[in-house]
Design a protein around this ligand. Sequence first.
Ligand code: 3HC
Length: 311
Amino acid sequence: EDSVLEARFQARIDAEEKIEPNDWMPAAYRRTLVRQISQHAHSEIIGMQPEGNWITRAPSLRRKAALLAKVQDEGGHGMYLYAAAETLGVSREELVEQLLSGKAKYSSIFNYPTLNWADIGAIGWLVDGAAIMNQIPLCRCSYGPYARAMIRVCKEESFHQRQGYELMLTLCRGTPEQKAMAQDALNRWWWPSLMMFGPSDTESVHSGQTMVWKIKRFSNDELRQKFIDATVPQGHFLGLTFPDPDLAFNETTGHWEHGEIDWSEFARVVAGDGPCNRQRLAAKRKAEADGAWVREAALAHADKRRQRQAA
Ligand code: 3HC
């Protein structure tokens, strides 16, 4: 019986049909979507911390307004994604508990410190640039609610990337000290940004299956290469150099070849031993505790309204 249902399901996927919450789906399809969408949501929420750190120290009102808008957007992206995950039958409380207990992952990139204002530019340019590369194909993901959440997210991400690149351009056209700050930020954010795309294809656990189900449309290495090919010329336009002595353009393939990624660093950060992992989770636990009264008040208010309407 199940094999007939699975065959019918795969035929729908192959026909590029969107799978909706009430449709039949293999348990493993549901499980891998809850895994990926919830960890995507966790990444958005935790990602508010490194950037939020500089809102009160932005160098001008214009920069503060752009950063404030960006951090608020990330919070909103987290909400869309938790809502998409809930359509698969999990509760937001359960997902947040998995994050707070350390059971669930979030993107390694947010475990690095933002040491100065140039980091805000590097994050917008590189981290949001990488996120766009990864999220545009997700707009065509086979699961309807996730694909639709991504369409909205991608519109806002392009503003994040542009404001970051413009900030870097301003620094690179500024004093020698400002250009040195931009170069230092690129040196610290380049390799961790490449790790955002996940392990190499040979090491990827889920890619095989999630590509058959058209959740993942391109492999980790394909998207990483697209990001490198698009970003290296942007860095050269800024007058910056990349912290990779092996970076070289291959005229035959048309791609930028690069040095080996430090997968031991990647594994350490993902395992919870990155520069800021403990600080990020501690801040999130505190925010969750400080916000408990707001959630309780909202639930009590909702109960009262239901009772009034029922009366
Ligand atoms: N950080 C932490 N964990 C990572 C990771 C990273 N950079 N890359 C991979 N992993 C984890 C995977 O989650 C998986 O562990 P799990 O089984 O416990 O979930 C394991 O490493 C093996 O990796 P796979 O390649 O097999 O896993 P996936 O097929 O899920 O691919 C992914 C990883 C490409 C990140 C994919 O999950 C994905 O596309 N997720 C949606 C996009 C996303 O989450 N982006 C994170 C950044 S969000 C962001 O940038 C916000 C922006 O606004 C700034």
